[in-house]
Design a protein around this ligand. Structure first.
Ligand SMILES: O=C(O)CCC(=O)C(=O)O
Length: 291
């Protein structure tokens, strides 16, 4: 956590890396409408190799907020492992390189239709082969200490992902005007939020035909782009492939600090902001536009 708190404002070393593919007006319109799109071939081999090295480093040297979700799900008797960690991009050089120098921030600016993009954090979610644990249905905004519509996670896969293993999204759920309780990944329980305005996530698996669910077969370098309000899950990984997902989280120019009725995830102790303040740029540097 300490490295996250260290003052850091200027992104001076950023190369002007061109996106590995362009983003069309139709894709931007689809994101606005559905709250999720899949960008095939968004990141090339260089960034896949860079992040693969970073994830191995992260697995060898987990951070203070790392989780082994498999331990808690003994009801699934998993052979595989579900590992998660976040807020390590300033400590792991390969993550830092990706955040500052890859096309991710420029992609985020285009898709969020935002003039300015700040990095919020990164979240690594590795499901090893034969991991039986699902990631529960949730949306990300209530976990976080931010409000705003211009928000984006870029979930980049380093592995082939079969269609049944791909995270699933409820199209349009970012526009429902609802906030659902955050849920613990280890047992799907709701967070202990003591406040009004949150409701339990609906049981989407019980009535999947009631929703428009979007999911894809993925290849390494493909990315799922979704709003922090879009409901999504992560199926188990019964396959022989690893499923290494690298989610970078980005803030656009309408985002402000939100006080939640409980501890957020990430927690950001000592952030010293009032509800409605702009997010501080020393903790969450501006990565786009280039300076
Ligand atoms: O990787 C997963 O299983 C879920 C991903 C997710 O929830 C996220 O990136 O917000």
């Amino acid at each position: 956590m300490l490295s996250l708190l260290s003052p850091f404002c200027i992104v001076g070393s950023r190369m002007s890396e061109q996106p590995d593919r362009s983003i069309s007006d139709n894709e931007i319109a689809a994101f606005r409408e559905s709250g999720v799109i899949c960008l095939k071939g968004a990141f090339g081999a260089h960034w896949i190799d860079t992040l693969a090295a970073g994830i191995e480093r992260n697995l060898r040297e987990p951070g203070p907020m790392a989780h082994d979700y498999t331990d808690s799900f003994d009801k699934f008797s998993s052979k595989g492992r579900f590992f998660g960690d976040y807020c390590n991009w300033q400590r792991i050089p390969e993550y830092r390189d990706f955040i500052l120098n890859s096309p991710a921030a420029e992609i985020a600016a285009a898709v969020m239709e935002s003039a300015v993009v700040q990095i919020y954090h990164e979240h690594v979610l590795v499901k090893e082969p034969e991991t039986a644990e699902p990631t529960p249905w949730h949306h990300d905004l209530p976990y976080y200490n931010v409000d705003g519509m211009k928000t984006l996670s870029i979930w980049l896969t380093l592995d082939p992902v079969e269609v049944d293993v791909c995270p699933r999204f409820v199209a349009g759920s970012h526009r429902w005007g609802k906030l659902f309780y955050p849920r613990l990944f280890k047992n799907s329980d709701n967070y202990d939020y003591a406040g009004d305005g949150y409701e339990p996530v609906p049981d989407i698996d019980a009535a999947p035909d009631d929703y428009k669910l979007l999911f894809w077969e993925l290849q390494p370098g493909d990315a799922l782009l979704f709003n922090f309000l879009t409901l999504h899950n992560g199926p188990p990984n019964p396959t022989i492939n690893r499923r290494r997902g690298f989610s970078s989280r980005w803030l656009g120019d309408d985002v402000t600090f939100a006080k939640r009725p409980g501890t957020t995830s990430p927690p950001y102790p000592g952030i010293d902001l009032k509800h409605g303040d702009r997010m501080r740029t020393d903790w969450f540097p501006v990565v786009w536009p280039l300076t």
